[in-house]
Ligand binder design. Structure first.
Ligand code: ADP
Ligand code: X2W
Length: 258
């Protein structure tokens, strides 16, 4: 089976021009088929504040009203996605930008309004990989933003970590799929303020203890939920850490195992 690397980058890499550029340099040189997923929540929050739009996050998910959906469509599918694609082209990586509506790749369902009305936020229902497979076979790299659609004309905001895990699950039957969550820390830390406290391996059992002990909080909670879900659904390898983990086996990072 061929290897496919699915890599997600978070807000703190996207926001830092130098960090983004050095990440894309590494990403562009990966020889196997690859897909990039980017978030951008930090920039969306910053722009919403500038525009006077109220920002509300619950359980790591953004309450997305119509004005916020318009803003994030411009920011995620526009500014961030197109700049990443342009920079990849400059590094001789032939990339194409995607939302879940493009190629009908990711269909989602608007969250029920109870118990919390998240507005235009979608939970993934189906991933269609056929179009993506054709691109990968032709050495073209899809770059996904955090938008999906409901197949009735409505775009929906979907957490980028979830998009990455659902794509990885969709490909797991056809490729030996590796899923990497790149962010600004060395991995899942026992003590968030100590970069040397990386937990090298988290199993689907030890994960629950880490939640109970409040070692995993905030944005790390949904991220690890996605990791565990992916590993349970036959994704071959799931890792969290700095971009170095993509090329340095000896780097300190976290691997999620069954
Ligand atoms: N045990 C932990 N180890 C590392 N980070 C943690 C941990 N618990 C909570 N976090 C927080 O989770 C954040 C990552 O989640 P998030 O902000 O959603 O990342 P991203 O932008 O990559 O999606 C880190 O910046 C950190 O503040
Ligand atoms: C529904 C929901 O919360 N969507 C996220 C999508 C962006 C994202 O996931 O960005 P990061 O990976 O940089 O956090 C949001 O709007 O913040």
């Amino acid at each position: 089976m061929k290897t496919l690397k699915i890599i997600k980058i978070g807000g703190n890499i996207i926001d830092n021009e130098a960090a983004l550029s050095s990440f894309l340099e590494v990403f562009a040189t990966i020889n196997s088929p690859k897909i990039l997923i980017h978030g951008g929540g930090k920039l969306a929050t910053q722009l919403a504040n500038q525009l006077g739009l109220e920002v509300k996050m619950i359980d790591g998910r953004r309450i997305t009203d119509k004005a916020t959906l318009d803003l994030i469509t411009m920011v995620y599918a526009g500014k961030i996605n197109k700049n990443i694609v342009a920079e990849l082209q400059s590094k001789n990586c032939n990339a194409i930008g995607f939302s879940g509506a493009d190629g009908n790749t990711i269909i989602s369902k608007k969250r029920p309004v109870k118990p919390i009305d998240f507005g235009f936020v979608g939970d993934v229902k189906k991933v269609n990989i056929e179009t993506l497979q054709v691109l990968l076979e032709h050495k073209v790299t899809p770059v996904f933003c955090a938008l999906t659609h409901d197949k009735k004309g409505q775009l929906l905001n979907t957490n980028a970590d979830t998009i990455a895990s659902e794509l990885a699950i969709g490909f797991a039957k056809y490729y030996q799929t590796e899923l990497y969550y790149c962010f600004e820390k060395n991995g899942v830390l026992r003590d968030v303020s100590d970069e040397n406290s990386v937990i090298r391996e988290i199993t689907t059992q030890s994960y629950q203890n880490l939640i109970d002990d409040k070692v995993i909080v905030d944005g790390m909670l949904p991220k690890l939920n996605n990791c565990v879900h992916a590993i349970e659904k036959n994704v071959y390898k799931v890792c969290i850490g700095k971009p170095e983990m993509l090329y340095d086996d000896k780097a300190n990072f976290t691997t999620i195992t069954k």
